[in-house]
Design a protein around this ligand. Structure first.
Ligand SMILES: *Cc1c(COP(=O)(O)O)cnc(C)c1O
Length: 420
């Protein structure tokens, strides 16, 4: 489901022609649809029915404050992986008691900040982290609720770089170690162990590995309780896939909801999830303009003004993004194999190779679809290119929610030492 469609021969975001945005704001520009964000958030809620599940939006998938605020208004919390993300979430209006802090390497400073804000939960991934947090929280006179991120040893996800649940991955702790640490945490000051967390990967379509991970959690809860430990909370992580290609079906959310109900609900625990991409991916597009077209060695290239620094997923994960012309192609136009690239000095700066599509002319507006997750949030200044502008559309209104970066903002703070 997305609210980017052709109307009157051109691409609209909700009720706004994206050409209007490109003309006023320039390109490359990310455009987000508030209605699509809301739709996906509510679809997750609907799949869970009357189960009481806390949804902590994974901020790293789309960090824009307007996106976070749109979801927070629907009751979303935030799943964060750095001090910066915690700060962002609070600034965007997420109550600290709805913030989860995840991540494999949290610094002392980050732990201090998180604890001082009285956040909902910190997900612990090592014994050292447990001990450091205990010291930090004790020093601050706080008791921090924690869960242990366990590694169920199941592989899942759309690409090796986003599979996180294997035994040898850097994430989480083993089952055996989790039992030890749970007991240890109960003896420590400043921390209160309340449960367990998993997050096995991203872009998960097949529900079998998720089910396996949930069964693993359920067994651990029973074993922990049998040993006299209190377990009142389970964090099921994120990872549900977004639809990037209409021909490939996404995860069956209703079936997923039933799995949560069957396996987790009977344990009588607070349930949390940390979805990112399934909410944000289809809620954003990246608008770009073609600079030149050229032919090399029999291959037709279109060079865009967007590049891998704006949208790195194709270069980094071999990811597919549908590319649409903003002006709707005339029906029956011959499609040509076209290679879509950015202007950066790397062959890796390629969005699609020999993609069958209607010819793109120079100076034509195009849109990468499903670019709302891990798009702007992974952007960089490589090649001294300014970060793209971000716009949010809501019905027939639209607003710049982050202006294009200026050159002064890129390198104005740099200093040339005057070695004397
Ligand atoms: C990245 C991440 C998520 C979100 O993953 P999606 O695939 O975007 O849903 C959730 N939890 C943790 C711990 C993560 O690292």
């Amino acid at each position: 489901m997305r609210h980017f469609n052709y109307k009157n021969g051109e691409l609209y975001a909700e009720n706004v022609p994206v050409r209007e945005i490109a003309e006023k704001v320039g390109t490359p520009t990310y455009v987000y649809s508030a209605a699509t964000l809301q739709h996906h958030f509510k679809a997750l809620q609907a799949a869970l029915g009357d189960l009481n599940v806390k949804i902590a939006f994974a901020v790293k998938s789309n960090t824009n404050s307007a996106v976070i605020a749109t979801l927070a208004a629907l009751g979303a919390g935030a799943d964060t992986v750095s001090e910066g993300e915690i700060r962002r979430a609070i600034r965007a209006g997420v109550a600290p008691e709805k913030i989860v802090f995840s991540g494999v390497g949290k610094t002392v400073r980050e732990l201090e900040y998180a604890v001082s804000q009285n956040i909902h939960q910190i997900n612990i991934e090592s014994i050292q982290e447990l001990e450091t947090l205990s010291e930090v929280a004790t020093r601050l006179g706080k008791i921090q609720k924690i869960v242990f991120r366990v590694n169920p040893d199941v592989a899942a996800g759309g690409h090796d770089k986003i599979s996180t649940g294997k035994k040898t991955s850097k994430f989480g702790i083993s089952k055996e170690r989790a039992f030890e640490l749970y007991a240890r945490a109960e003896t420590l000051n400043g921390v209160e162990p309340v449960g367990l967390a998993v997050h096995i990967g991203s872009q998960i379509i097949d529900l079998a590995p998720l089910k396996q991970a949930y069964e693993f959690l359920a067994q651990m809860v029973k074993d922990l309780r049998a040993n006299g430990h209190k377990v009142s909370r389970l964090d099921l992580g994120g990872g549900l896939a977004a639809i990037y290609q209409e021909e490939i079906e996404g995860p069956d959310l209703i079936a997923w909801g039933k799995i949560v109900r069957a396996i987790i609900h009977p344990l009588d625990v607070e349930i949390e999830i940390e979805p990112g991409r399934i909410i944000t991916a289809n809620a954003g597009i990246l608008l770009a303009r073609s600079i030149v077209t050229k032919e090399n060695g029999g291959r037709d290239f279109v060079v865009l003004d967007a590049a891998m620094n704006d949208l790195v997923r194709p270069a980094f994960y071999e990811a597919y993004h549908q590319l649409l012309a903003v002006k709707e192609p005339v029906k029956g136009t011959n499609k040509m194999p076209t290679t879509i690239v950015g202007p950066i000095c790397e062959t890796g700066d390629t969005f699609a190779v020999d993609r069958l599509m209607e010819p793109v002319a120079p100076d034509e507006l195009v849109a990468f679809m499903s670019a709302g997750a891990y798009g702007f949030s992974m952007a960089s200044n490589y090649n001294s290119r300014p970060l793209a502008a971000e716009v949010m559309v809501n019905g027939d209104k639209w607003e710049i929610v982050r202006p294009r970066q200026t050159y002064d903002e890129i390198f104005g703070m740099e200093k040339i030492p005057d070695w004397k």
